[in-house]
Design a protein around this ligand. Structure first.
Ligand code: ISE
Length: 344
């Protein structure tokens, strides 16, 4: 019997995350090969392949990459306003697609993708919520699902970045950053978030006027679990993602990947990582390996299009509450039957 052929992947978007995925797929994932890339800036595409493997083909038109008969699966890492059109084109071509988060900038646009996939009648879309593959979160879910701690009661989450690019507005703390915590809460608890409240402390004096940083979200699930999320994107000292699950008989907390313990100048401590890339290196690698394995069989794993839509709908409710600080219901469209097998 012949060995299975490697999956030929096309990557759209050669910015930081697209180039990281290009490198990880090439160097650390088995069963795939990056066949072609495309970027709105052809020079950036050329630079990315030059750094990793100059034999990779460059498509100037991303739609030509999607329809290239040599491409089996597509990774979308372009700017978020372009995600919808590329994912819809992948669905029309019946090609598995891993789309970076968020699936699209609005819940309405995410829902169009959900509806298109439901029409196709089979799941092809995976969303890059990579925390679902992080060993610490995986262990947290395993312990909760084992039942040994009883039912979940609270989830306390902290999401701090050392610094944030100036081009972003206050909304991005929810739509680009807190959305990871929204997704992980839904996944860990196996429950939909039904209402949200955004409460903001006084902004840090170290950020520009009018930029609300930090922010605080309170999310309530259908099953009555309360999730609180601190988002602070100019925390200065480093990248710090924390999570503690409180259940009836115990708690589980994340242990960030440890490097070395350093004793220096009278202090014994662990260095704080600089950003998401070292912190979630294992998660990114395992996410890509799981996607390649699933896509080889024309399947997906991890967060699906419905998860992408639900996270966006919760984020939108948080933005609504940001304006008035009141408890706001999350309004979800009916879930197509394609996704009901994932119901917990
Ligand atoms: C950023 O927006 C991301 O998407 C990263 O994945 C996340 O880890 C980071 O903290 C966010 O700010």
């Amino acid at each position: 019997m012949s060995a299975q052929k490697d999956l030929n992947v096309g990557i759209i978007g050669c910015g930081m995350i697209g180039t990281d995925h290009l490198r990880t797929l090439t160097e650390a994932v088995s069963g795939s090969r990056v066949w072609a890339v495309s970027d709105a800036d052809p020079a950036r595409a050329a630079q990315a392949v030059e750094q990793v493997d100059p034999t990779i083909k460059i498509h100037t038109d991303p739609h030509a990459l999607i329809s290239d008969p040599d491409i089996d699966a597509v990774l979308v890492a372009s700017t978020e306003e372009t995600h919808e059109q590329f994912v819809l084109a992948c669905l029309a071509a019946a090609k598995p697609v891993l789309c970076e988060k968020p699936l699209a900038p609005t819940a309405e646009a995410c829902l169009r993708v959900v509806e298109a996939e439901a029409q196709v009648g089979r799941k092809l879309v995976q969303i890059g919520y990579m925390r679902r593959f992080d060993p610490s979160y995986v262990e947290m879910k395993r312990v909760l699902d084992s039942g040994q701690l009883g039912e979940a009661l609270f989830l306390h989450a902290v999401h701090r970045n050392a610094g944030y690019p100036d081009r972003y507005e206050s909304d991005a703390l929810i739509t680009a950053t807190g959305v990871h915590d929204i997704d992980i809460a839904r996944w860990l608890l196996g429950d939909e978030i039904v209402s949200v409240t955004t409460r903001n402390p006084k902004p840090s004096a170290l950020v520009r006027d009018g930029f609300q940083d930090p922010q605080f979200l309170i999310l309530e699930t259908a099953g009555g679990v309360i999730v609180d999320v601190e988002i602070f994107v100019n925390a200065h000292y480093g990248y710090d993602v924390r999570c503690e699950l409180v259940a009836e008989r115990g708690t589980v907390s994340l242990v960030p990947p440890t490097t070395a313990s350093i004793r220096h100048s009278g202090v014994d401590g662990h260095p704080v990582l600089a950003d998401a890339r070292p912190r979630f290196a294992a998660a990114f690698r395992d996410e890509l390996q799981a996607w390649v394995n699933a896509a080889t069989n024309k399947q997906v794993c991890g967060a699906n299009a419905w998860d992408g839509y639900a996270a966006a709908a919760v984020a939108e409710a948080c933005l609504e509450s940001f304006g008035n600080h009141t408890r706001t219901d999350v309004r979800l469209a009916p879930r197509p039957s394609l996704y009901t097998e994932d119901d917990k």
